[in-house]
Ligand binder design. Structure first.
Ligand SMILES: Nc1ncnc2c1ncn2[C@@H]1O[C@H](COP(=O)(O)OP(=O)(O)OP(=O)(O)O)[C@@H](O)[C@H]1O
Ligand SMILES: [Mg+2]
Ligand SMILES: [Zn+2]
Length: 275
């Protein structure tokens, strides 16, 4: 059974009302994502994708291609303009979930690691407090149980446990990324979404964060969507990959196939620019 099945996921940005032709006038064949008629930015349009339980799906594409918009809609952090998403733990369209359902889904079923640390963590809380918040939101009440679970999650994500009670803004970038991962997996969600899990980190720190996540992903079998402009990251983690450009998916396939035998010139260029 498919875990997540997204159809026609679409997101517009703009102040003016859309003219009705925005999708037709944008996309890879037009070389733009901004509608020339009304100025609406078509960040994502007609995006179809699916994720199987335990699978890792990569999303690659140049800056501005719509990767974060897509990730945030699937993590229920951003309202969709159009589309429908079936998600196994939820009855009906995920994108139409009401407020209470969203809170519940975000706490227990979909973990998100944000591109920008400030969107994922409260830097004025302790690292342990950030993770505890997610556990408390899922109904854990006993103080000692919560602390012991936080400790386990710190160990799991290789954050020094003795830093648990320090403010998160005193953590290194790599540690902050790990705390976000700890928070994302805290309540054993079915799906984790990683948006640019390694940007801003030194190369050696990047490799350690990726190894850590790969181990957790294997051990727990959690389905993952990993978004990155770095093909090396997706190559390391993802079973299947979709390539985005100007808000559309232009190529999809097994990661090895996409990397070794890209069908689209754009994908070839993307690969050549990093490999
Ligand atoms: N809040 C916003 N208001 C207006 N336009 C936005 C907003 N957020 C994103 N966009 C636009 O939507 C498009 C897609 O942005 P998005 O952040 O999803 O791309 P991305 O692929 O994640 O890029 P990056 O690799 O730089 O993170 C871009 O043209 C961007 O400028
Ligand atoms: Mg992004
Ligand atoms: Zn338009």
């Amino acid at each position: 059974m498919t875990l997540l099945d997204a159809e026609n996921v679409t997101r517009f940005y703009g102040d003016a009302p859309p003219c009705g032709r925005c999708v037709d006038l944008t996309g890879p064949e037009h070389g733009r994502n901004r509608c020339p008629e009304c100025g609406t930015v078509v960040a994502c349009a007609d995006v179809d994708l699916s994720v199987e339980p335990g699978e890792v799906l990569g999303v690659v594409g140049e800056s501005g291609s719509g990767k974060s918009s897509l990730a945030e809609m699937l993590a229920l952090d951003l309202a969709a303009t159009d589309g429908r998403v079936e998600f196994d733990p939820h009855d009906g369209d995920l994108l139409a979930a009401n407020y209470e359902e969203r809170v519940d889904l975000r706490n227990e079923h979909v973990g998100m690691v944000h591109q920008h640390v400030r969107d994922g963590l409260n830097l004025a809380f302790t690292g342990g407090g950030n993770v505890a918040e997610t556990l408390l939101a899922a109904g854990h009440r006993n103080f000692e149980d919560v602390r012991s679970r936080v400790r386990d999650l710190f160990e799991e994500t290789e954050v020094p446990v003795d830093r648990m009670d320090d403010l998160t803004n005193t953590y290194s970038g790599g540690m902050q990324r790990r705390v976000q991962i700890a928070k994302a997996i805290a309540n054993d969600p079915e799906l984790v979404i990683l948006d640019e899990p390694t940007t801003g980190l030194d190369v050696s720190v990047q490799a350690r964060v990726l190894d850590m996540f790969r181990r957790i992903q294997r051990e727990q079998g959690v389905a993952t969507i990993v978004v990155s402009h770095d093909l090396g990251v997706v190559r390391l983690l993802a079973d299947r990959t979709v390539v985005m450009r100007h808000g559309r998916i232009i190529e999809t396939g097994l990661t090895d196939r996409v990397m070794e035998d890209p069908q689209r010139e754009y994908t070839q260029k993307l690969i050549n620019s990093v490999i």
